[in-house]
Design a protein around this ligand. Sequence first.
Ligand code: AMP
Length: 225
Amino acid sequence: MNRLCLILFGSPGSGKGTQAQFLKKHYGVAHISTGDMLRERVALGDTLGRRVEKMMQTGELVPDDAVNRMVDDRIACEDCEVGFILDGYPRTVSQAKWLSHRLDELGMWPMVVHLEVDYNVIVARISGRRQCPMCGTLYNLAKDPHRVACDLEGARLEIRSDDREEIVRGRLRAYDQLTAPVLAYFKDSGYPVWDVQGDGAAPEVISGRIVDLITREFKERSQAV
Ligand code: AMP
């Protein structure tokens, strides 16, 4: 099989993490989340970590050159030999341009999956979340509409401030504004970009759809050679 480079896009609450975990196991590839990598560097307190700590706290984007260099080092690691899934990267058109140039040098042709989920479903899912202020256990009113207190602590459940509907809608709008130009760049560059419906089906059904698309793409590529 050709080396896989899958770029995974999905808004908060789209199930992107679940799909990334499944695809990583299925293909035996690395899962590269730039958010996780940056959090590790902040925890380590190295030069990059210290440089980006404030930006991450405020949700500001880390400068392109720093993220590109980090990704460049990461994709050279042994566990990326079979391929890799990029999650949370690229986030800007400049990162996308750098990546496509680098992949070109490596002889790789990426595939892009955009997990689409109806925002009303995400808002309902997230804004129905309630948390125990004492032990942190999460409940969801969608599944458990009469729930008011925690089973473990007996405490009255609370809504987390970042789970409020207006905050969730704001995060989704910001995601759209950021993602749209990057997706447009990949489409215009002629890479395969697939919009995959991320709700209304079990996660394994959605994984199956993505695997089918990848299989078909590899088949077409091998026939084109
Ligand atoms: P995430 O976990 O993907 O939401 O990322 C958490 C934070 O890490 C973001 O709010 C940014 O500050 C930073 N970050 C992650 N990925 C990138 C990226 N590709 N470009 C710039 N900043 C990033």
